[in-house]
Each structure stands twice: as structure tokens, then as C-alpha cells.
Design a protein around this ligand. Sequence first.
Ligand code: C2O
Ligand code: CU
Ligand code: CU
Length: 551
Amino acid sequence: MKYKDNLRNITLLFVLGTLFLGCGSSTTVLDDKKTDKEKMLEVKVETYLASKTLPSLHILPTLEDEDGEKDDSKATYTLTANENVDVSVETPNGSWKTSMWRYNNNPLPLIIRTNRGDKMTLKFHNKLGSDSTVHWHGFKIPADMDGGPDIPVQANQSKTYSFTMNQPASSLWFHPHPDMQTGKQVYMGLAGVYIVEDDISRTLELNKELPSGDKDVVLLVQDRRFDDEKNGVRELLYKTNVMDADGMKGSTVLVNGSVMPKFDVETTQYRFRLYNVSNAKTYDFAFSDGRKFKIVGTDGGLLNEPVEVDHIMLGAAERVELIVDFSEEKLGDSVLLVSRPYQTDSMSMDMDENSEIDMEANGMGLTLMRFDIATEATDDVTLYRKLPANAEIATRLDPKTASNIGATRKFIMTMYMGGMGEGMNGASGMNNDMTFVINGKLFDPNRVDEFVTAGTTEIWEIENRSTMAHPFHAHAIQWQILDRNGVPASGTDLGWKDTFLVQEGETVRIIGKFEAVNIGDYMYHCHILEHEDAGMMGYFRVGDSGNVTIK
Ligand code: C2O
Ligand code: CU
Ligand code: CU
């Protein structure tokens, strides 16, 4: 602990130095680091390309519609949150047991797959020892169904969430959102995947313009910290270091619940729905051979035109759908999914190579999983080039239609240290904790921060004046990014987003429509869950008049 405290102080000194003296000479240090990180990643890549002991990728289980009729427009599901579910974590060096919190006692995270227009009925039973909720991340649904912290489901209580899923095909998700316990509950293992299909996605699949079926695979990426092994058991550790308040990160990265799994592929194109559902970590996803791949979807649905990239950075809660083409590969070849090393923001700068803390930090190179070219097959997919012109998902919102044009809503993210800042919640004395706030305010469950008129289109501007990146998220709406630091959006930034990274010093302008179904109180927050739990969050109220009383 002592060592880590020292390290923490060094970090703080560095941050202060950067704040008051500017970056100056630190550039060379960072460049040297980056080279080291790249070398470290290369060694790991070589090891895992050759490894004979990788566990097989778990395919996440899909819940069955309980009403027995898969094809009607009703869907019924039960989700029971359980503690102490026995999970076996498989790794290249054997496996260990961990008790996690899961839905329906399933050792793996679950997938719900529905059609646009489905009337959803989701019975939730909270078998945890504390309040929980199910929040539907990225959904346009009424506030009383949104599962925010304002409508908790107490221990041993139930709630039925019902809503009509009426939004474009997309890769959404769900997770608990109880007051100040969201980070803990997600970290312990409660999170699930929610896939929406619509006429456009189904037609593309039918026309072989998008891979589907067993060529459409969810990859859920989550980092965790585990205790030392005792009798084959390693328990999850949550918030055991002083730095964890800045965002809980771990040195063990799980893909669909396993460490460094392998997945046998055919010589065809694949569609991977890549979810970063880590509490805090940002990944710069790429392949070990530097190959190009195509992004066809972002948080809120399909991209009008696939975007070719050789890496994609995703902050916590962001998702993409990507297409990887294995059709030219030789049988027996392998390639790894990695997270490329990247230059971190000043806050999460690492101090010491090879240390556990370094491995947990943002910006370290990581190996995540391996694809093995195992079976020869004919690729019958010709990827779409452009969505049909009438596709709602393909429209760009026009800034001129924004109701708040000339009076952009601003959200400024700042930080202060310990008890120095204003608005500290009863904390006395100085401590080293960083406190992050939006517009100078900590979350107050009894305060609505923003009033929005239902049915209007608005431009929001998010400015990050703190020394680390934050993934900004607002409930009940999908956004389009207009520009970053004044530079018009391009590439994957043209996709619909419910969560997006705002880098240190960056200003992002977004536009979105507050659909009429979204009446009530919703949250906006940083999706580093420890920041959100600590109050980097606010309420916006969507009402007919912009000022209705819901609570
Ligand atoms: Cu994943 Cu308040 O959200
Ligand atoms: Cu959300
Ligand atoms: Cu944050």
C-alpha cells in the first residue's frame, strides 16, 4: 500500500506539473515509453500466436422468448440478478473459479435478441443483497422503464419493465444502475447484450450483404482484477487501491468471460459486435498483423457506408460492429485481436513498466483473443456499400433544425482535488481523491439540471477541461457527432452514438432528437462507472413544456 501511495503522489505531482508548467519536456519520456510498450506487446503477440493451450471462446447464450412464439411482436423475458454464481475463468494457463454476480444464475453474460417494434416485457427479480435496477443503455424508452437510480428495485423485490422497442437495428446493452453502486454491480458481473434487428438489417443479411447467423458474433471485453489463488479460487477485487476511484481497471482482460480465448473461423467474412463493457478502461482495438477491417455499426446502429480502419478506439460502454475478412487466409494461420499501446492522457500515465499497476493502466498494449483459420468455405457475402436511401438510420440531422441554435447547451467536465473544490459533499479535510464534476456540480438526486422539450432536436457541447478522457453518455437518446474541436465529424464518427470519448482538452458538439416517447427524467454522465457513482452525473428532464413535474 505504501508503494502505491507514493506512486499516487508521483502521479499527482505529474498532473500538477502538467497543469501549471505545460507539457514541455515530457514528450520524449512518453515516446520512449511507447516504444517499450510496443515491444512488450510484440513479445506477447508472438507467445500467443504460438500457444497451444488457449481456451475456446465462449459464445454468449441467447435468452429464449418465453411466450413460445419467436415471431410474434411480443417478447417476454425474465432476468434474475444473483450473487455468488460459480464461474470458471479459463485461461491459457489453466482455469480458476470465481464467484460472480450474474443474471439467471448463468455463468456467462446473456444476449437478448429482438425485432424492432416488439412489445417487450422483462420481469426483473432482484436477488442481490442491495438495491438494483435494469438500465437499458441506448434505448429510447419512457423514464419509468429506463432503470435509472431514481427507481430502485429493492433486494428481493421485482419489477416488470415493459416498453415497445422502436428503434433501428443496433447493438445495445443493459446493466444495473442503482445509486452509487453501479460500478460495483457491473464489475461483479451484471451486464447483458441487447441486439435489435429491423427490416434493413434483415434484408442486408438475406441479400448476403452482411454476415449473419454463426458469422455474427458478440465479443464482450471487460478487464478485472483478481485476488491471489487459494485452492483454485480467485475472487474479484473491487476498489482495493487508492487510484481505483479514478476508474476501476484490472490487468486481466476477459473476452466473453475467458482470458485470451481462441475462435475457429472459416475462410469467410465475419461480423463481430465488439462491446467495451469495462468499468473504466479504453482500448485501441486492432489486429496483430495490422490488417484493415471495416466498421459497419456504432452504438445506435448501422453506418450508412462501411468505414475502413486499421484500429478503433472505444471508451467504456462504446460498441462497434466490425467486419473482418478471413477469405484470403491460409488454413492454419492465426491472427490476434489486440489493444494497441497508446499515449495516455496525463491522468492515467503509467510510472513503472512491468508493474501490476502499469498493466492495469490505460494505454498498455494488450492481447485479447486469437482467430484461427480452421475451415475452408466459400464466402457468399458482398458487403453493402451504402444503406438503402430510405433507411431512417442513414439520415444526418441538420444543425439548422436544432431548437436551441445559438444557445447550445454546454457541459463542462472539470476536476478538483480532495476538499479544495466547491460543492464537496460533506467531505472534510484534504485527501488525494480526484473529484470530477459536470458544470461544476456533483450529482444531486433531488435536482434536475436541464429541461428539454419533448420532440425537439438539440445541439449539446461537451468540453473536457480535466486531465483525463471521459466517455460521455446520456440516456434515452442517440446522437450524431457534429464536430470535435471544430473539425467536422468523419469516418466512424458519422455513426449514431449513445456514448463517446471526450479527450483531455477536447470539445465535442453533438446533435440529437428527444423523441416524444422519452418523457421524464434521465441521466447524463461519464460512463467511467466510478466517476458516475461519485457524482459525475446530472438529470435532464424531457417534458411537453420543458418543465413538467414527473417526480
Ligand atoms: Cu450505461 Cu447511465 O448508463
Ligand atoms: Cu445508459
Ligand atoms: Cu469520467
